[in-house]
Design a protein around this ligand. Structure first.
Ligand SMILES: Cc1ncc(COP(=O)(O)O)c(C=O)c1O
Length: 389
């Protein structure tokens, strides 16, 4: 089946009632026919045999199978949030004495795990400029167990060359873990490009309607079932069945939503280029973007996110935000509703000012997550807010 068909039907399992929409198995536990069956299931549970919702659940399994099909992964483990997925993927495979190389441009909570939590348990982490393959080459060593990066960084939309980094990491036997949130599952071919593990915050484009927190770790069956599952099921970061059901519905429409959002993002970016008061429009879908060629090879399309750097710093950025009428001020992304964020005072407020500056997160930077509203309304709203500065 093609991907859009898999998104609607993949992983579906029907009960004896033949329900059309996937059932929500809102149960923490499962009753056994006999004591012998219970014993057998604790020795080894088969593919459709469940023990406890923290270990697995039929609705959660449907979500895992559907997203694994979309990503071309052997298997997946669904988690309570995107951060449970990032933490679970890293902590489940690392031990004291291991070395990790990570891109420096990370979402704040990802940075907290790599900069604060892992070193606390004796894992050494080296940070590099993710776009510079020379820095990856210099940092990866024979004892490097993993490399970690966001394939498109938050909020400055810098791409990391998955194929290039994977070649360097694999030469030293390190696993490649990719947080793929900004690239979206629709434009991802990360596993084919060399990633070993792909991580999503399902809170973003997969739900796409701002309802639930969720995440997923995708990779080989061996990695998911032997490394990730034991850690997740014993530490409590599993996804709830209700969340899995919401996300199954999100997957049904993700391709249509993300493609429409991407078309609108290009319209908005194009309309903003060269306008008075705009220092820079950052959108990989624009031919002027320095990584446009890499974006075409890696994703094919520029995605749903763009950033604009406004002249006049924080005051201009705040006037722009407060003048928006359709686009909402919030900090989620990938939503059906268009959202504008001022990273310097919200999502990236806690970064040291020098680090913010070095990552290009200026006081005038606005991140736009483009929704599914009519693109003409969105362009008009952004232009009138710009004029209001
Ligand atoms: C790149 C990236 N990774 C991970 C996360 C964490 O996801 P969640 O909020 O679902 O825990 C986010 C959230 O904004 C993100 O932008």
């Amino acid at each position: 089946m093609k991907k859009r068909t898999q998104l609607v039907h993949g992983g579906s399992k029907r009960s004896q009632w033949g329900e059309l929409s996937e059932a929500i198995f809102l149960t923490q536990g499962f009753a056994y026919d006999s004591a012998e069956q219970a014993e057998g299931r604790f020795i080894e549970a088969g593919p459709d045999e469940y023990i406890y919702a923290r270990y697995g659940n039929p609705t959660v399994r449907m979500f895992e199978e559907r997203i694994a099909l979309l990503e071309g992964a052997e298997d997946g483990f669904a988690t309570a949030s995107g951060m449970a997925a990032v933490n679970g993927a890293l902590v489940s495979m690392l031990k004291a004495g291991d070395h990790v190389v990570s891109a420096r441009a990370l979402f704040g909570s990802c940075l907290y795990i790599l900069e604060t939590i892992l070193p606390r348990f004796g894992v050494e982490v080296t940070f590099v400029d993710g776009a510079d393959l020379e820095q990856w080459r210099a940092a990866v060593r024979p004892d490097t167990k993993a490399v970690f990066f966001e394939s498109m960084s938050n909020p400055t939309l810098e791409l990391v060359d998955i194929e290039g980094v994977a070649r360097i990491a694999h030469a030293q036997g390190a696993l490649v873990l990719v947080d793929n949130v900004f690239s979206t599952p629709v434009y991802s071919d990360a596993l084919a490009q060399g990633a070993d593990v792909v991580i999503y915050s399902a809170t973003k484009h997969i739900d796409g309607q701002g309802r639930v927190l969720g995440g997923v770790i995708l990779g080989s069956r061996e990695f998911i079932r032997k490394t990730v599952e034991p850690y997740m099921k014993h530490t409590g970061g599993s996804m709830s069945p209700f969340t899995a059901w919401v996300l199954l519905k999100g997957l049904e429409t993700i391709d249509l939503r993300v493609r429409a959002q991407t078309d609108s993002a290009l319209d908005i970016a194009t309309a903003l280029v060269g306008k008075p008061g705009v220092v820079q429009v950052i959108y990989p879908g624009l031919e002027s973007h320095p990584q446009h060629a890499l974006m075409l090879r890696q994703m094919g399309k520029g995605g749903t996110m763009l950033a604009i750097d406004l002249e006049g710093g924080k005051a201009a950025a705040f006037r722009f935000l407060n003048a928006l009428e359709v686009v909402l001020i919030s900090n989620n992304l990938g939503d059906a509703k268009s959202i504008a964020t001022h990273p310097a005072t919200t999502t990236h407020q806690r970064l040291a000012p020098e680090l913010r500056e070095s990552l290009g997160i200026t006081e005038g930077l606005i991140r736009l997550s483009v929704g599914i509203e009519d693109p003409e309304d969105l362009v008009a709203d952004v232009l009138q807010a710009l004029a209001a500065i």
